[in-house]
Design a protein around this ligand. Structure first.
Ligand SMILES: Cc1cc2nc3c(=O)[nH]c(=O)nc-3n(C[C@H](O)[C@H](O)[C@H](O)COP(=O)(O)OP(=O)(O)OC[C@H]3O[C@@H](n4cnc5c(N)ncnc54)[C@H](O)[C@@H]3O)c2cc1C
Length: 282
């Protein structure tokens, strides 16, 4: 993208109107870090949404509401009982990038290496989109079914992300494997377990990295439901790593190695989730 003009609207509705008028010649600008990867020369007018009051983290009922322009650094620093979002944020790129990048920017145009979609899929988050007259909510499964950028072509703006608060019987674990500090993920896995005593009631497991687009792993989840939360179950579930996806070779890895790494990482994320549920998370 080639930024040729810059607008800083005073309100959400003004931003929506600007974007509607500009059509394909307009572009929402949050942290602007994705421009590093969008290096075609299409001329666009940037509509800066950073001063619209969308930077916040609030506890609201049984979920956390994170404003779309909240930086990854602020999410990393935030603390609350059974808060789990900081774990992945501190593994994304560098301090400098995390200070500028926003949660909205990370999930409105999803790059293959994006880590937050993996987390939000496992956590069953809901995305709130301003449509000009209304706000609409989309569950993560629907929102990440395809490239979300398609949802924002007609002036719509992501305003916040709602993350269910983890209850005492919930455990969450996320692991990002990198070859070098601040690198893109070789594999990112996130797991949410709902336990009933030592039995797994429900499981949500999502993956990203060496696959084209972040997604859930239903065969892994099916191998967990109704089983005991122990090493044997986690091993059997992790062995389903390639039942739903074809792992690609990237970052110098062969496809076989990616698959193996995914299996090991799924196991580790499940162990971490179980430890979280038992109150042993750091
Ligand atoms: C060197 C480098 C390494 C990185 N490594 C990783 C990594 O390993 N893992 C990872 O997850 N991320 C990583 N990132 C960050 C990621 O790739 C994106 O650059 C970043 O998340 C975008 O956030 P932003 O706020 O800068 O968004 P912007 O660049 O401002 O916007 C990104 C896109 O989203 C749209 N958009 C932004 N906000 C909204 C909104 N509220 N509503 C609708 N559309 C919106 C914009 O129009 C644009 O298309 C890295 C970035 C860099 C520069």
């Amino acid at each position: 993208m080639k930024l040729c003009a810059f607008i800083r609207p005073a309100s959400l509705s003004a931003a929506h109107e600007n974007l509607r008028e500009l059509g394909r010649e307009g572009m929402i600008l949050a942290g602007g870090t994705a421009l590093h990867f969008m290096q075609d020369h299409t001329p666009v007018t940037a509509v800066d949404i950073m001063s619209l009051g969308l930077s916040f983290i609030r506890e609201e009922g049984d979920y956390y509401n994170i404003g779309a322009t909240t930086s990854l650094a602020d999410i990393q620093r935030y603390r609350a009982p059974r808060w789990a979002m900081h774990e992945i944020c501190r593994r994304i790129s560098t301090h400098q990038i995390r200070n500028i990048s926003t949660i909205g920017g990370n999930i409105c145009r999803v790059f293959p290496w994006a880590d937050l979609p993996v987390i939000l899929l496992a956590m069953d988050a809901r995305m709130v989109i301003y449509t000009g007259s209304d706000e609409e909510e989309f569950p993560a499964d629907e929102y990440f079914k395809e490239q979300p950028a398609k949802r924002f072509l007609d002036g719509n703006i992501l305003t916040s992300v709602k993350i269910p608060q983890l209850k005492a019987h919930h455990g969450f674990g996320s692991i990002k494997v990198v070859r070098a500090e601040a690198a893109f993920a070789q594999v990112t896995i996130a797991a949410l377990l709902e336990l009933d005593g030592s039995t797994i009631k429900t499981a949500r497991v999502a993956a990203g990295g060496a696959i084209p687009f972040p997604r859930r792993l239903p065969s892994v989840e099916a191998a967990l439901g109704g089983q005991q939360a122990n090493e044997e179950t986690f091993k059997e579930a992790a062995a389903q790593a390639d039942a739903d996806v074809t792992w690609r070779g990237r970052e110098g890895m062969t496809p076989e190695y990616s698959r193996h790494l995914a299996e090991v990482t799924i196991y580790d994320a499940l162990e971490r989730a179980a430890a979280f549920a038992r109150g042993r998370n750091e």
